[in-house]
Design a binder for this molecule. Structure first.
Ligand code: GAP
Length: 455
């Protein structure tokens, strides 16, 4: 596991995973562009999630709702009124900070819960302890104020006539407002689930820690609609699902724990985070919430359309409860990168950096490496066969040792090397990333061999 986030940031940049956004224009703070290796990893994580939650979970349905929705959606959800964070500005260096984070960092006892404090109480705490600006070291803050987290844009059909529209700060509202569409069109019976993966936007005050907290990110959100009496049973089931999925992605159990929320939103029945050990400490990877009937009730109220369910067996009509399982692929990707990173001492004294990804999430499954350039024709032939089955990389430049190192650094589980024996007997060597052992294998057996290991 990595001990310092900077190592991940550097590796991601130099090895084509993640680049700083708008870099040639001196960047655009806390935006990130995913490179060829990074997008493959992120897609693999999303596909794995989709497979677990939609493809193989009975009574699950995927959707893709609009990012831009009727602004009333955000009134009903409560975001227009209260989706904000407490912030303070340093009057000296003009830096903006989250007051709750300043307090959390300062408090060594771990007993202060800023979530439970009013703005005035946070003001008083910061003043009493003279908490300094982490950027310039001065103690000269404005009062704590709430800062809206939703990005606004406008829609206008005629010049001058403009309506405020919000970039969605979470994807789940698109799932709630389509509850009846999905239920009726798919003839779904309670309990059933709606899943979605899509972009969300939050005007976070102090984003940072690389892709841990971004202003633009995706969310993989799953809503399970169930009878109120069954909600706690399913809440616990989804805690298990969240745990198992993180494990499947390669997070070790000793680096995971649940954090049950002490302070629940007024409508929530139960809520917890699955936390993971990052180099920045234990942090939330995903949330599991029993949201009660709040969301459907709110949307019924604001839209005037009843969102409820008539049980065809019992004739009971009720508003379903919702269990939500929510996570961003970005945060999962960071967790997976931190977990997979290793610096290994080799017998010859060198150190190799290696990402020990689970093979099924590795960006490239195989690298095809001709030992010499004049073997490239045969190597290309093998590449063409394998790339129909797996994401493959092809590299013929530089010493074979350096090429292996490069593949280790992007976590490619297998390297296939083509040498002169290949031309004689149709065999290649296949090198295992983790053990670095090589075996000789017939080209015709390659696909089965790799498939077996990747599964
Ligand atoms: N619909 C519920 C919801 O959005 P949340 O706790 O605000 O709840 C859920 O977010 C998950 O989305 C988090 O556990 C985290 O994985 C991810 N997430 C939230 N804000 C994020 C951000 N600014 N950058 C990256 N991921 C974020």
């Amino acid at each position: 596991m990595v001990d310092n986030l900077d190592k991940i940031v550097n590796l991601c940049k130099t090895r084509g995973l993640i680049f700083p956004g708008s870099e040639i224009y001196d960047g655009f703070a806390n935006t990130w562009d995913y490179g060829p290796v990074g997008i493959s990893l992120r897609n693999n994580l999303k596909n794995l999630w989709w497979k677990k939650l939609v493809q193989t979970r009975p009574n699950s349905y995927g959707i893709d709702a609009s990012i831009l929705m009727n602004p009333k959606v955000w009134e009903a959800s409560g975001h227009v009124k209260s989706f904000s964070d407490p912030k303070v500005d340093c009057k000296n260096c003009k830096n903006r900070q989250r007051a709750d984070h300043l307090i959390e960092k300062f408090d060594k006892t771990g007993t202060i819960i800023p979530d439970n404090m009013t703005n005035e109480e946070m003001d008083a705490y910061i003043a009493e302890h003279k908490i300094k600006c982490p950027v310039c070291g001065k103690f000269d803050w404005t009062n704590v104020r709430q800062f809206k987290l939703m990005f606004e844009t406008s829609r206008g059909t005629v010049e001058g006539e403009k309506d405020v529209v919000y970039l969605r700060p979470e994807t789940c509202q698109g799932e709630y407002i389509n509850f009846l569409n999905v239920q009726r069109s798919m003839r779904a019976k309670i309990p059933f689930g709606i899943a979605q993966i899509g972009k969300s936007f939050r005007n976070e005050i102090t984003p940072g820690n690389f892709i841990f907290r971004c202003i633009e990110f995706e969310q993989m959100e799953y809503q399970w609609f169930c009878h109120p009496n069954d909600s706690e049973k399913y809440y616990n089931e989804f805690k298990n699902i969240a745990w198992d999925f993180a494990k499947e992605c390669g997070i070790k159990e000793e680096n995971m724990r649940f954090h049950d929320h002490d302070k629940l939103a007024f409508y929530a029945k139960s809520a917890c985070d699955l936390q993971v050990k990052f180099p920045i400490g234990w942090q939330e990877l995903n949330g599991v919430h029993n949201r009660s009937d709040y969301d459907l009730t709110q949307h019924s109220k604001y839209s005037g359309k009843p969102l409820n369910y008539l049980d065809p067996y019992t004739n009971e009509r009720y508003v379903p409860y919702i269990i939500e399982y929510s996570m961003s692929p970005e945060r999962l990707m960071l967790a997976v990168l931190c977990e997979a990173y290793d610096e290994e001492k080799l017998p010859n004294g060198d150190t190799r950096i290696v990402l020990h990804f689970e093979p099924k999430i590795a960006p490239y499954k195989v690298a095809i490496l001709p030992l010499q350039k004049n073997l490239s024709e045969k190597a290309t032939e093998i590449y063409r066969i394998l790339c129909n089955e797996f994401m493959c990389d092809y590299d013929e430049a530089g010493s074979i040792g350096k090429r292996y190192r490069r593949q280790d650094e992007i976590g490619t589980p297998f390297c296939v090397t083509i040498d002169f024996e290949t031309l004689e007997n149709n065999t290649v060597t296949i090198r295992d990333r983790d053990s670095m052992e090589q075996i000789r294998i017939n080209i015709d057996d390659l696909i089965n061999y790799i498939n077996e290991k990747v599964k």
